[in-house]
Ligand binder design. Sequence first.
Ligand code: AMP
Length: 421
Amino acid sequence: MPFSSLGLSPALVRAAAELGFVTPTPIQAQAIPAILRGADVQGCAQTGSGKTAAFALPILQRLQAGPHQQPRRTRALILVPTRELAAQVGEVMRRLAQPLAGSPRLKVAVVFGGVSINPQMMQLRGGADVVVATPGRLLDLVQQNAVRLSSVEMLVLDEADRLLDLGFTEELHRVLWLVPPKRQSLFFSATFPPAVQELADALLRDPLRVDVPATPANEPAIAQRVIQVDEKRRTELLRHLITGNHWERVLVFVATRYAAQHVAWKLHQAGIFASPFHGDMSQGARQQVLTEFKNGQWDVLVTTDLASRGIDIEQLAVVVNYDLPRSAVDYVHRIGRTGRAGASGMAVSFVTAGSEAHFRLIEKRQDLSLPREQVVGFEPIESEAAAGAPTSAPAGTGGIKGKRPSKKDKLRAAAARMPKT
Ligand code: AMP
């Protein structure tokens, strides 16, 4: 089924084709006609499903159809959890909007915290048709009278589960007071735990539910491998695998910022182009590293869970769990960085005697059972029994969730207290 059959204008179909989008992904096929009709949408889709274009294309079409006014009024607001995702969504929006005719052209502003507010205020001068924002910085800009939300007709919450995870409940609540109640709302989330569903119910009116199940047709082809290794030999094994297999574009996940620095440095010393990427780095440094990685200047990025969601890197060949993720959901997000939009990818998890039990828990929650491999010369000598505490999570992962109320549980309780709009 081509994009043209979804009700999109020929100009937008061409703009999509220029980005290489010729056949709609399942979420696009279902959501685009509904959004064009003006319906609310609740979308639950796997990472890499193409959800950005699923909302960007119909929003741009609806904006083009509307009246052009000066100064511009912000008619579409897209809320995202992270700076990286804001930049990425803004980029897709701009690239799709660029070839469209019309005078004046649609303007997309991207705002996020962690950088100076002044250039963003300049960017918003004269208004913007679309604002892509993280909630905290958006509220700062509203306070400074740099943007007004009273004309918003379309509101998107992207990665809503992450917005709540990151503690944005309060900010979301305040933004919702500022946008008109009569609007179209689009709600996307990879997971729908009770707090997220509660928020969706409060926001959406009679939504079309688009649930794209992971079927072999749309499930990214990710080969999942589990390699047993002694904890102390993981860096050496990583080096061996990267050089031996000539891996390029590798994302390595570790548990802490210190480990990100340390492992990247060790790889670097061994002649591998590896860079750390974590929250202690300035926003400017992070963006630079990401751009350089995307351009192929770095072969390996060693990162914390900062990079596990939202970041879209084309042709990311391998994801390595050097340290295991805390939860099964985080595991899915991490490995979802590879095998995006139909490409094949590989996810390698290092399992040590101390983390074997934790990995079994992840497998159980994901209904998986993966064979254990050993690499010649790196066969583990530590035993699970000697490593102790069979049900505890490995050091640095922060423990298994669920023993006492987590931050997420508290946020869930807070979200449940939110008034319905
Ligand atoms: P998203 O889930 O929006 O982050 O998109 C994941 C990846 O899929 C991105 O690299 C997009 O460029 C790509 N993509 C989105 N829609 C399509 C499509 N219809 N055909 C091919 N690739 C797509």
